[in-house]
Design a protein around this ligand. Sequence first.
Ligand code: ADP
Ligand code: ZN
Length: 518
Amino acid sequence: MLEEAQKHLTYYFGHPDFRPGQRAVLERVFANQNSMGVMPTGGGKSVCYQIPSLLLSGVTLVISPLISLMKDQVDELREAGISATYINSSLSQEEVRSRMDNIHMGLETLVYIAPERLEAPSFLRMLQRLPVSMIAVDEAHCLSQWGHDFRPSYRRIPELISSLESSPVVLALTATATPQVTSDICRELSIDPGAVVQTGFSRENLSFAVEKGVDRDAYILDYIRRDPEASGIIYCATRKEVDRIHGHLVKNGVSCGRYHGGMDQEERRSMQESFVYDDTKVIAATNAFGMGINKSNVRFVIHRNMPRTVENYYQEAGRAGRDGSPSRCILLFSPQDVQIQQFLIDQSQMADERKQQEYSKLQQMLHYCHTEDCLQNYMIRYFGDHPDQPCGRCSTCVDDRSLEDITKEAQMVFSCIRRMGERFGKTMVVQVLTGSSNQKLRDLGFHRLTTYGLMKGKTQKDCAQLIDFLAASQYLYLSGGAYPVLKLGEAVIPVLKGETRVERKTVRTSPAAQPVED
Ligand code: ADP
Ligand code: ZN
């Protein structure tokens, strides 16, 4: 079967051979084993169901939330000589019925459907009459509550699968899945955890960078001006922010588009098209932009604001460089963004357990901004994989500052937190260490601690940054909701005993280039 599949790959798609992940997935599909493929954006997930649709006897259903992409995908497939169709809310009742008839007659073997369609019992009944041999669940993380894009209609999928008499083989596909999300998907779709195929999350052509303390608007303007031909996305946290930065760029003579959910549909459609066809090089957008945009030559993605989770960040940043050419993903960090995200979680209607989960994800996003580890590797680890060597491209890897032994300072921080009973947040710890005369601190008697004022020579900001670094390096962790308290991790013990040393890249004393804006 694989040999046959390979011939089809060359004949229809022009690729000489499968990528390793594709091969592993197809082996499982052809052995009629449910499986899951976790591959990075641009990794070639679609081949994993498109090829089986040519070889399996019945219909291959692809469930995908990317309605805007369906038509283009199907058109492309048809051009390549593959009979495919789609069913989503953009079609009239009549059109749906006529397409279903064609599917019944065996004229179409690859059928894309939007998950929302599964909410309609009449549609489910229609599907039940089809000889479905395979179900591919695209963007499968939408199935998990813990994913960053949970969609209730995805919950209908297990129901659909069990109602089909043809007992189809199931394939789940996603680019972003933490171990928890993966295990959710496996449970819901009856996939043996051993049948999860994970190809490296690493994107060899992307270089990640975190920029702190820069004037963000000036940075963006300057970046675009340096390479006006490059296509790029500037993600902002809010619609207002998009409008503002868009105005700022236009005022400074940069041609730039904008995209967010507050614009009317027609405006959004034409903006998207203009970007995809390279008429607009740069677009300022909220995260409403991107899902379902198939543009391969995006050379940079700049986040003006920090997203809430690493999943979000990796997915949004990952829209750069799908063509494999070198591309940059830059996150402009400001502590303010953390407060905003925290506030949004606080104000949300989520259940408490869910809020805790979100806080912890936010913490890990924050750690990404402070880590001195390879940025690519940080994310690979986040997704449960084990990178073997630093990427050599990210802002940490190319940072040639020398390592400084900060064991003594780290010990001061750890013992201070311990003496304060691991019951206080960063601000209070910083105040004690720098010997602040704050009244609350005195009321608590912390001015009598032996660690009080140990870091008198440091500014509160430097001291706070040291703590951020220790947290990002997993020595410390934050626990509990909106006002998290600092706790000591296990790695602290050997440091306090003097058995291991803590090292850090030499700290820059003056902030890079521009003044801090906020
Ligand atoms: P994903 O859905 O994982 O983001 P796609 O399925 O859109 O990725 O594929 C990304 C790109 O990789 C496409 O341009 C596709 O033609 C190409 N591709 C897929 N499989 C192969 C292969 N085996 N060899 C070479 N290129 C491939
Ligand atoms: Zn790196």
